[in-house]
Write a protein that binds this ligand. Sequence first.
Ligand SMILES: [Zn+2]
Length: 51
Amino acid sequence: MRMRRCALCGKYTMKEKCACGGEAESAHPARFSFEDKYAKYRRKMKYGMRV
Ligand SMILES: [Zn+2]
């Protein structure tokens, strides 16, 4: 599931076009490596909480 964000009103949507008629752009650009960096950490946290 990929979240998109409306460039016009700033609302988050799953569709390519927002309800307001604005273009929805990807909220998580592929070049953004921040997510990847913290994915491991997040997984660790989850694991720690379950055990
Ligand atoms: Zn909108």
